[in-house]
Ligand binder design. Structure first.
Ligand SMILES: NC(=O)c1ccc[n+]([C@@H]2O[C@H](COP(=O)([O-])OP(=O)(O)OC[C@H]3O[C@@H](n4cnc5c(N)ncnc54)[C@H](OP(=O)(O)O)[C@@H]3O)[C@@H](O)[C@H]2O)c1
Length: 332
């Protein structure tokens, strides 16, 4: 399968390298500096990599065709958008000439507005839903740390199990990436949003790694409150609120708050026991590195879209305002 990846950051580099190592022709659209690094040294994925069931050496993958021109992506069977949400609006116009010149398009970004944005450029029929649970950090251009090898879910937005969906999942699995086809990918994106919004917001406010945040009872109660507000917005969009592996949002919201807090604390203790003590929300990592965060598209979107629809979402309004003020102050 010919694959085009847009954005040579953490996730884009991970997917590009693993898919190319799996034998797929991969084109990667990158900023000039990243393109130069990948052109000269390829992409090295570090961390726990399995090649044919064994621990694999982190050899750089050099078979990636890297470019700074979107039109070079024409002919791809699958285009995968992997820029931060705040770069979507300035990236899509460059991709517009590819309408009709690529097969399916999908976004592995967080957030719940990405597919509408893609449909506006490529047409609704081109968009395949995607939700990435992978964890990756860019160490330098062309060097990525695979922090938690997990999985990527794909699905048609109307729930059909199509041939193209099957081909994408087979291509990813063939490259040693865990992938699954879901009949309810939109619900899965919203479930991730239900975890991301509280985690991203409360991480920036508390500056705690996730395993600690989950174990703090008052932060746990705020987490549950924000998750319930995401549920309200999901349901206002007609999206069912369901549990998924690793994202028990329906259970969390249904339980009395103190039980939900206990569930979160159990998760925090499990991560601690497994040694996952360095894991931080990407918003906190970005804040610490002096980079822009995706908060506006997470809690900011929840508050704004809730208000637009006349929903009462007090935690999103107040905490969203607080956290964006914190991020702005940190950036000065
Ligand atoms: N990293 C993860 O573990 C993970 C997991 C699940 C979901 N996600 C989501 O995936 C998305 C990407 O995250 P990430 O961590 O990979 O971000 P990232 O490391 O910042 O990577 C994004 C890359 O895209 C580049 N870029 C932006 N606009 C571009 C354009 N028009 N043309 C070419 N390149 C462009 C950026 O360059 P500059 O830095 O120079 O702007 C950057 O290298 C986010 O929405 C994130 O929430 C990430």
């Amino acid at each position: 399968m010919r694959i085009a990846v847009v954005g040579a950051g953490a996730l884009g580099s991970l997917y590009a390298a693993r898919l190319a190592a799996g034998g797929h022709p991969v084109s990667l659209l990158a900023r000039p500096a990243a393109a130069a690094a990948v052109a000269s040294g390829g992409i090295r994925v570090e961390g726990r990599i399995r090649v044919e069931g064994r621990e694999g050496a982190a050899e750089p993958v050099r078979s990636i065709r890297v470019t700074t021109s979107a039109t070079d992506l024409a002919g791809a069977d699958l285009l995968l958008l992997a820029v931060k949400t705040y770069h979507t609006a300035d990236t899509l116009p460059a991709l517009a000439p590819l309408r009709g010149a690529v097969g399916a398009v999908c976004s592995v970004q967080n957030g719940v507005t990405k597919d509408v944005a893609l449909a506006g450029v490529f047409g609704e029929g081109a968009v395949l839903g995607a939700m990435s649970l992978e964890g990756a950090t860019l160490l330098a251009p062309g060097r990525v740390l695979w922090t938690s090898p997990t999985s990527t879910a794909f699905g048609e937005r109307d729930g059909r199990l199509t041939d193209r969906l099957e081909s994408v999942v087979v291509a990813f699995r063939g490259a040693g990436l865990k992938a699954e086809a879901l009949p309810n990918v939109v619900a899965a994106m919203w479930a991730k949003f239900g975890i991301m919004v509280p985690g991203a917001t409360l991480s920036v406010l508390s500056r705690l790694p996730l395993y600690r945040l989950y174990q703090e009872p008052r932060l746990g109660a705020l987490f549950v409150a924000l998750c319930r507000e995401v549920q309200s917005l999901a349901e206002a969009h007609g999206v069912p609120w369901e549990d998924f592996p690793g994202m028990r949002v329906a259970t969390l919201c249904r339980l009395p708050t103190e039980e939900g807090v206990k569930l979160l604390a159990e998760r925090g203790r499990a991560w601690e026991a497994a040694g996952a003590t360095a894991l931080k929300a990407s918003t906190l990592v970005d804040l610490e590195r002096g980079r822009r965060t995706e908060l506006a598209d997470l809690v900011g979107y929840l508050a704004a879209e809730g208000a637009r629809r006349g929903l009462y979402l007090p935690y999103a309004s107040v905490l969203g305002e607080a956290v964006q003020a914190v991020a702005e102050a940190a950036a000065r």
